[in-house]
Design a protein around this ligand. Sequence first.
Ligand code: P6P
Length: 322
Amino acid sequence: MRIGMDLNSFILNEERRYPSATGSLSRALVTIESATKVIASHVRMAGLVDVLGKAEKINIQGEEVQKLDELSNSILIDYLSNSGEFFALASEELDEPIFPEEGRDAKYVIAFDPLDGSSNIDVNVNIGTIFSIHRRVNSDISDFLQEGYKQVAAGYIIYGSSTMFILSTGNGVNGFTLDPSVGMFILSHPDIKLPEKGKIYSFNESNIKKWEPQTLVKYVEALKEEGYTSRYIGSMVADVHRTIIKGGVFAYPADKKNKNGKLRLLYEASPMAFLTVQAGGLATAGYEDILNIKPTDIHQRVPVFLGSRKEINQLLEFVEYG
Ligand code: P6P
């Protein structure tokens, strides 16, 4: 592995670590890479071709303009289905999973949020694609209901000041930055490790009176006493990316209204927990490690607390669940 290596070479290098590998996971990851490059190009142009949160508009090519999150979803479904590498696809945008004809003999299933944080598109705040890959086991919807520790790969693509692809296949976490001049993701952040302790907490404090358990209020007060600063942008990919790079804690607790929190287990909490843990951090729902939770529904929500070991272990002293 060397700085400057492109993502495709990195993926093929990783495959060589497994002599029995058939190349299916490599092809699966390269497909995701291609799809997200296309999404990145639309995100970049969003303000110009007026895809900002509007639908049913006709653009200059005379095509109906889709909302960016719907467009991202169709791009991913098209690429992932045609790759033949996925038996089933579950998306934040779809009530039910899709079982593509081309993937009838495939080894993997994938859950994804095509464009998380899309409510921020109109104000040009970083948004992202999140994905989680599991092995096909039973050839039915239960293949999505596997614990997060069984993920084969997880990652996110953050569309920000630069476009970055953050990936783990279970051997640590690596970050790749898109070089638009060659259209390739280049290894820029090898072997990402979360600092043991950070200086930032990332909660939506407007919900503080609703949080459950309310002992979380004391936890945040303790962090303030220790001199932590608050950073919260309301786009999970951006808030988690900052936490993985700089350390600290990101959280979306349960509250009186959302008994299980707001974030989805399969394609938000679980992949982000996988990456956090692979980078040396911790990720809990408060009552259980996120990676040990056995899903019961593909769109189920869970409370999320993830980040540096110090902040998460400290949090667990404040939240007695069960
Ligand atoms: P709130 C964005 O809508 C999202 O799904 C996540 O990306 C983000 O972390 C969260 O919701 C923000 O929610 O209630 O703080 O605006």
